[in-house]
Structure formats: C-alpha cells, structure tokens
Ligand binder design. Structure first.
Ligand SMILES: NC(=O)c1ccc[n+]([C@@H]2O[C@H](COP(=O)([O-])OP(=O)(O)OC[C@H]3O[C@@H](n4cnc5c(N)ncnc54)[C@H](O)[C@@H]3O)[C@@H](O)[C@H]2O)c1
Ligand SMILES: [Zn+2]
Length: 359
C-alpha cells in the first residue's frame, strides 16, 4: 500500500479494504453513509464486504450517468441524508466514478454546512484525476461543473482492483486524462504513451501513480486555480462544450472522449499560437484519433459550442481562455483565442477525420 499526502489528506493506493477498515476504526463517526449508483452498488460495494464498520452503514442510491449530475439528484441525496437522520458528525463515503465523487463531495460539503467525506474512486478517470484536488460540483443549465465548491476529502482510497469490472469504453475515457497529464507535464510519459496501440494490455496499476503525482504536484502548487492549475484544463474548454452538446443528443459522449476531441482542437490552437510545432501537433492528433476515433463536429453545433464556451467558468472578461501546450510536457495557461480561430480548430479536427476516413 502506497500512501501519498495532498495538503492535509492521505491518498491510499492499493487494495483498499484493510486501509479503509483502519481509517474508519480511527475515526468513530456518528454514522457512516455510502453513496452509490446502480453500477458501483453491484460491482464495487461487494468488494468492501470485509469492512466491518460498514455493516451498519446506510446506503444512499442515485442513478448513474453524467445527465444525473444535477441539482435534482443533489436534492435526492440531501433528502436521503435528512431521512436517515444524518448530522454533521456523520461521514459520507463516495463509492463510484467522477460523477459520484464530484456530486457526493458537493452534497457532503454543503449538508448542514459540511460533513466529512471520503472518496473511493472506482473508474480510471476518477482514480487519476477527479478524486483528488478538491474540486466538487454539478452541471447546471447545460454548463458543466458550473455550481460547486472547493473542499477536501478526509481521505482517498485508490484501488485499481475496481477497474476489473469497467467497460473498455470507460477505461479509454479515463486514459484521456492520463494523456492530458503527460502532455502538460511529462514528456517522458508522453513518449511512452504515444506508442501504445492496444489499451487492453496497458498496465494501469503502473500508470495510475505517476499520473496522480502530476495532478498532485500541480494542485499543491495552486490549490484554488489562480494560475498554474489551469494547465489541467488543457482540452477542456472545447471538450466540455462538445461533451455538453453531446449530452443532449441520442449518442452522448463520455467525458474523456469529448476531452480527446477537445485536446486535438486545442493542440491545433497551440500550434497556431506558435507554441507547438507542426510535427508534434500531427503526432498528438494522429494518436488521439487512432485511440478515440472521434466523430465529426457538425457545423450546425458550432454556435452552441461557442455559446457554452462563453459561459464556461474559465473565462475572464469577454475572451475565451485556453490552456495551450508547448513541446509535450509543457503548458501555457491564460491564453486567448478568438471565435474564428476556434471554429478553424473544429475544421482542423474534421479535416483530419476526413483524411483518415473515420468521419
Ligand atoms: N473534480 C475534478 O477535478 C474532476 C476531474 C476530472 C473529471 N471530473 C468529472 O468526472 C466525471 C466523469 O467521471 P467518470 O468518467 O468516472 O464517469 P462516471 O462517474 O459517470 O462513471 C462512469 C460509469 O462507470 C460506472 N462505474 C463506476 N465504477 C465502476 C466499476 N468499477 N465497474 C463498473 N462500472 C463502474 C458508473 O456507474 C458510470 O456508469 C465528469 O462529471 C467530470 O466532469 C472531475
Ligand atoms: Zn476532465
């Protein structure tokens, strides 16, 4: 079991039953609640059956999926906490992916002005990214993560064993954040990743800790996203808009799938701004297209993308704020791009897809 420390909370990496048992033993909470969705209840909760302190825990249930990461679901969680008589001295364990972690953490931090919570991320995406760093929240009026708070969990338990039941598509979605971490902060990791063709054989257990370390380092340097932490938003300004529009469609994208498309567009903007050379751009785009096979962006959606970006929390004044990358392993925060250039970046992605006959 490896233990990292971020600010004032431990991150345990390895099989979690025993570590969780010891952690709960040390706390003596008035009551313990476990938030699950139908998938984390069936696939993940049974893996905690050896944790004696959970025998009396109250299980709170929500429906899975990004479309439920909203105020109505929060209302349901707060209702369930109230009905169960939860006080401020209770503990909420968020067992699930990034949606459970972001929303459960938000509900805990606001319930009766804040109850303690623990993150047990069960998707690759939440294990390398969402579960640490203290950003919690929900989507509101189609704008991703537009309501939320910064608050830290009491502990995070990262157990790669949970990934056994995750679908290939979900694993690949999480891999996008590993690629992002490499592109913004670790050229060696990017050089290793860009040759990987077969995701099924990637050793996640070895890839999770270094990826987490990158996020930890960046969050420690800038916990409240005043500057440097914005590097983690690479791919997300455009990616969030693509994700939000897709959530209204019959074929919603997963977070990492949208971010992969966003990274291609934003790598092109980085190239246009002179930070990235053309060959690096082509390598990044080719790899992401090969792994994610993104869909064409329809021009009928361009206005919606731009509108969502204007509403995105990352904007300052009227301009749309981006994180660009330089040579892999470097990032430039607080970069601006105009709407014409952003639209041109959509056209670049579409052109690349056309070249490869994947559209
Ligand atoms: N707070 C942050 O810093 C941060 C960072 C990155 C992403 N996020 C957020 O994270 C969310 C995406 O997280 P996600 O990709 O984990 O999605 P998710 O939470 O929707 O989980 C994906 C799916 O996998 C299921 N699932 C979870 N664990 C499973 C398991 N072990 N076996 C089988 N099925 C399982 C879930 O029920 C769900 O259907 C987005 O809302 C995104 O905005 C937050
Ligand atoms: Zn993300």
């Amino acid at each position: 079991m490896d233990v990292l420390h971020l600010q004032d909370y431990p991150i345990f990496i390895g099989p979690c039953e025993e570590a969780l048992s010891r952690f709960l033993e040390s706390r003596r909470d008035a009551a313990v609640f476990v938030l699950v969705d139908e998938n984390s209840e069936s696939c993940c909760l049974p893996r905690l059956s050896g944790v004696r302190q959970l025998a009396q825990a109250v299980v709170l249930r929500i429906q899975s999926g990004e479309t439920f990461k909203n105020l109505d679901t929060c209302s349901g969680i707060w209702r369930q906490l109230l009905d169960a008589g939860a006080g401020r001295r209770g503990l909420l364990i968020n067992l699930g992916g990034g949606v459970i972690g972001d929303m459960g953490g938000f509900c805990a931090s606001t319930y009766k002005r804040g109850m303690d919570f623990v993150q047990i991320p069960t998707t690759l995406l939440s294990q390398v990214d969402a579960s640490i760093g203290g950003k919690l929240g929900i989507d509101f009026h189609e704008v991703k993560n537009s309501i939320g708070v910064f608050a830290n969990p009491r502990a995070v338990f990262i157990d790669p064993g949970f990934l056994d039941t995750l679908s290939f598509r979900e694993v690949r979605s999480g891999y996008a954040e590993i690629i992002k971490h490499a592109l913004i902060a670790d050229s060696g990791m990017w050089n290793a990743l860009k040759t990987k063709r077969d995701l099924e054989t990637l050793p996640w257990i070895d890839l999770i800790p270094p990826s987490l370390q990158i996020k930890k380092r960046i969050v420690e340097a800038d916990p409240f996203e005043k500057g440097l932490r914005k590097a983690l938003n690479f791919g997300h300004t455009i990616g969030h808009a693509i994700e939000a529009v897709s959530l209204q469609s019959a074929a919603p994208l997963l977070h990492g799938e949208a971010i992969a498309a966003g990274m291609i567009c934003e790598a092109w903007l980085s190239f246009r701004a002179g930070y990235l050379d053309q060959q690096e751009l082509e390598t990044i785009a080719a790899y992401l297209i090969q792994v994610y096979q993104p869909q064409l962006l329809h021009d009928s959606n361009y206005m919606a993308y731009l509108q969502l970006m204007r509403n995105d929390k990352k904007n300052e004044a009227d301009e749309i704020n981006f994180t660009f990358i330089g040579p892999p392993g470097t990032a430039h925060v607080n970069q601006m791009a105009g709407e014409a250039e952003i639209v041109a970046s959509f056209a670049y992605l579409n052109g690349r897809l056309g070249d490869q006959g994947l559209g």
